[in-house]
Design a binder for this molecule. Structure first.
Ligand code: PMP
Length: 432
């Protein structure tokens, strides 16, 4: 039997299926903007791994850091401190506006949101958490409760006190004025519902600046400020989940900077480790102090581990040294122009949205009704893969026709153009 056949047989026999389906290739190597399969075929990576690898695959700064750390200081008891941990906490605090200066280092995005919600609960004394309907915050307890249904389905009640409000979806607006989404009226209505539903124990609202898994839904300008005001009127904290948007992805160091609104707690994950497991929660000294007094505990096996912390530091240094925020803006503009060109030439491209290097196109069967072209989306994704481009569909609710494009910030213009031309060819040749 061919080795690949053995591989798939063993995969089928021994892997628990955790969603899926699996990509139809045995990936053997990854470098820069490409992954390579076992036949040597190069596949352009428009997902940065799992939306994490900002620096591309095996960036020299990360390779050097991992090699150095694994041979000198790999892993420690959770309360044993090392330089990389304090240096990364310091660097994160310096990259964020006041008063965000107290840092907890963990491994995954779900964990960081779990910890953020616990901080909000201790600080406020409440337990109710408000989230947007098309959010994704992770698969763990509180993170899943604040997410759309897939991470929760089948397990019974996840966590009490979960209140969901509608996401401000400009493409499918539910509250309109002059034919467009009236997000202020929608938010007012939503919080009237929150007040009616709450048992008087509100702790936090958790949101992504761009709902990525929810279909690349960007919070409109002014939304975060209005949301923060609604939270503070009710004694709740605003938690911002920048797992995907943080660290230059959208062209700014943090997506919230464009709104001039500082959250009470920010969580960072995916992009912070550039592909290695690392996440962070950052909050104010005031919140940290009260939570400490009330017994905050969130130690995991890998809390404050030196190796991932050193990687995080290398990521921040590389982003700064290579001016990758500017690169994300420049490449983002090039990507937007290319996607708008595709919309001009392919009737199925109904919408182009997102910013920087986190954008998406929505495929529709009819531009008037905006009916999602789910089958076409799946077929185009598959056609792209066969042509040497990996991108993915964000799969939420009845709409699973949004193709997400989140390449590394280190991608060249030529690579970006190649990806766009493959997408063009796939759109031109694919029928659902
Ligand atoms: N928050 C956001 C915005 C995410 O996109 C994700 C992962 N898709 C998570 C949290 C969860 O992170 P993890 O899978 O590392 O737990």
């Amino acid at each position: 039997a061919a080795p690949a056949a053995d591989f798939w047989r063993a995969a089928e026999r021994h892997l628990i299926r955790y969603g899926g389906p699996f990509t139809p290739a045995v990936i053997e190597r990854a470098a820069g903007s490409y992954v390579y399969d076992s036949t040597g075929r190069a596949i352009l990576d428009f997902t940065s791994g799992q939306m994490s690898g900002l620096l591309g695959h095996s960036h020299p700064a990360i390779v050097d850091t991992v090699q150095h750390m694994v041979s000198t200081l790999d892993h420690l008891f959770s309360w044993m401190l090392s330089r990389p941990v304090v240096d990364l906490a310091t660097a994160l605090a310096e990259s964020l506006p006041d008063p965000l200066s107290k840092v907890l280092l963990l491994s995954t995005g779900g964990e960081s949101n779990e910890a953020a919600v616990r901080l909000a609960k201790l600080y406020t004394g409440g337990y109710e958490v408000v989230a947007l309907s098309q959010s994704y915050h992770g698969v763990t307890h509180a993170s899943a409760a604040a997410s759309y249904s897939v991470p929760r389905r089948g397990y019974g009640p996840v966590i009490p006190g979960n209140i969901v409000i509608p996401a401000p979806d400009a493409y499918r607006p539910t509250v309109m004025r002059d034919g467009r989404l009236d997000w202020r009226a929608q938010l007012d209505q939503a919080f009237a519902m929150v007040d009616a539903q709450s048992v008087g124990s509100l702790a936090a609202c958790i949101v992504e600046p761009i709902l990525s898994t929810g279909g690349i839904i960007e919070l409109p300008p002014g939304y975060l400020a209005a949301l923060k005001a609604k939270c503070h009127e009710r004694g709740m904290l605003l938690i911002l989940d920048e797992a995907q948007t943080g660290l230059c992805r959208t062209g700014d160091w943090y997506a919230f900077q464009r709104d001039g609104v500082t959250p009470d707690i920010i969580t960072l994950s995916k992009t912070l480790g550039a592909g290695l497991p690392l996440s962070a929660v950052v909050t104010s000294p005031e919140i940290e102090e009260r939570c400490h007094e009330r017994g905050f505990y969130f130690a995991t096996t890998h809390t404050s581990d030196p190796l991932p912390a050193a990687v995080g530091l290398a990521v921040l240094e590389t982003l700064r040294r290579e001016a990758l925020d500017a690169a994300a803006r420049r490449l983002g503009d090039r990507l937007r122009a290319g996607l708008l060109d595709l919309r001009g030439r392919h009737e199925a491209v109904g919408d182009v949205r997102g910013r920087g290097l986190l954008q998406g196109i929505e495929l529709v069967t009819d531009r008037q009704t905006r009916a999602p072209a789910n089958a076409l989306g799946a077929a185009v994704t598959r056609a792209c893969f066969d042509l040497g481009l990996h991108l993915n569909i964000v799969q939420l609710s009845a709409v699973s026709s949004v193709l997400r494009i989140a390449p590394p910030l280190t991608m060249s213009d030529d690579e970006l153009d190649l990806g766009l031309s493959i997408l063009d060819e796939a759109l031109a040749t694919t029928r659902a």
